[in-house]
Design a protein around this ligand. Structure first.
Ligand code: FO1
Length: 304
């Protein structure tokens, strides 16, 4: 069985690990968001691809959600002492990856090829693809102005309400090599319990990816990122309230109109109605077993 997961960072990475545990080795391809990529201290950082890479390699910091376990911060402290930027916390171990990736990108290697190399080095049995090699960049439009994603998310602590999400350069972006073939050949398509606007939105904003999903052969199942109408972490609930008009399952499905065949929701959100069938289960990924059970429910829903 070939499965493709479209995913953002932290929640998506946990779900990806659950899927890996539920599937045969090599069955999973993950297409990761690159809309929140940024340059820090002259280095290219791909937070969502890295959350996926670290989680699937067992290197991630479970508590913080992003970055590596056992991290130290001496380089960033030194950079800050020399007057360098330190608002985006890059740990010493994490920086090693950014150095290698940035060097490869500067030498002309596309992000997809660097990512494949890093995944191989990490011993991943899952294929990890960026949605695009093109510089798709998410911006949020708020009452206080328009901000690059990480400035709003980290510096402004995603406190501003969001009126719109603008994925710069998405309209002209092409899917990274392998993405369309993976979507076409998949037996099941899954949308991770990630933020529909700023994690999955930028992937779905790549026109050829959206078109491929809209004309899919396999069933596509999304997992809601909400539990009892609240985001497990991050601003998804506030964004849904303001931009979709609420935090019920039907508001989540509005973000995926024409793209999904079922939505997996938490027990705390049932009973509810929506324009696609709802599958009710416990969606909180409290540990690896819980993530695997959620993955199995989503896979079963995708099997029809
Ligand atoms: N999130 C924060 O809230 N503050 C940080 O300083 C921060 C640093 C960081 C470094 C590397 C990385 O891969 C992720 C990092 N994140 C940080 C998380 C990141 O901003 C978000 O989780 C994603 O971009 C949202 O999907």
């Amino acid at each position: 069985m070939r499965v493709v997961l479209l995913s953002g960072g932290v929640g998506g990475a946990r779900f990806a690990r659950g899927l890996e545990d539920a599937l045969e080795p090599g069955a999973l391809t993950v297409v990761g968001n690159v809309g929140d990529d940024l340059e820090v201290l002259g280095l290219h950082v791909s937070p969502d691809l890295d959350s996926l890479l670290y989680a699937l390699a067992g290197l991630n910091d479970e508590e913080r959600g992003w970055g590596r376990a056992g991290e130290s911060w001496r380089t960033l402290e030194s950079a800050a002492a020399w007057g360098g930027e330190s608002w985006f916390r890059l740990g010493d171990l994490d920086l090693g990856l950014h150095l290698v990736r940035t060097q490869a990108l500067r030498a002309g290697e596309p992000l997809s090829r660097v990512t494949a190399r890093l995944a191989e080095r990490a011993g991943l049995r899952t294929r990890l693809l960026p949605a695009s090699d093109d510089p798709v960049r998410t911006h949020v439009v708020t009452p206080a102005g328009r901000f690059p994603f990480q400035e709003w998310f980290v510096t402004r602590r995603h406190e501003d309400e969001v009126d719109a999400v603008d994925v710069e350069a998405a309209a002209a972006a092409r899917p990274a090599p392998g993405v369309l073939d993976a979507l076409r050949d998949a037996d099941a398509l899954l949308l991770a319990p990630s933020n529909p606007y700023v994690s999955l939105g930028p992937i779905l904003a790549v026109p050829a990816i959206r078109a491929e999903l809209a004309g899919r052969r396999a069933r596509c199942v999304a997992v809601s990122p909400l539990v009892g109408g609240r985001a497990v972490r991050g601003p998804a609930d506030r964004m849904l309230s303001r931009m979709a008009g609420g935090t019920e399952p039907r508001h989540v499905t509005l973000c995926y109109e024409g793209l999904i065949d079922a939505l997996v929701i938490d027990e705390a959100d049932a009973p509810a109605r929506a324009d696609v069938p709802l599958v009710v289960t416990s969606t909180l990924m409290t540990d690896r077993d819980a993530a695997r059970r959620l993955a199995e429910v989503a896979l079963e829903a995708a099997a029809g």
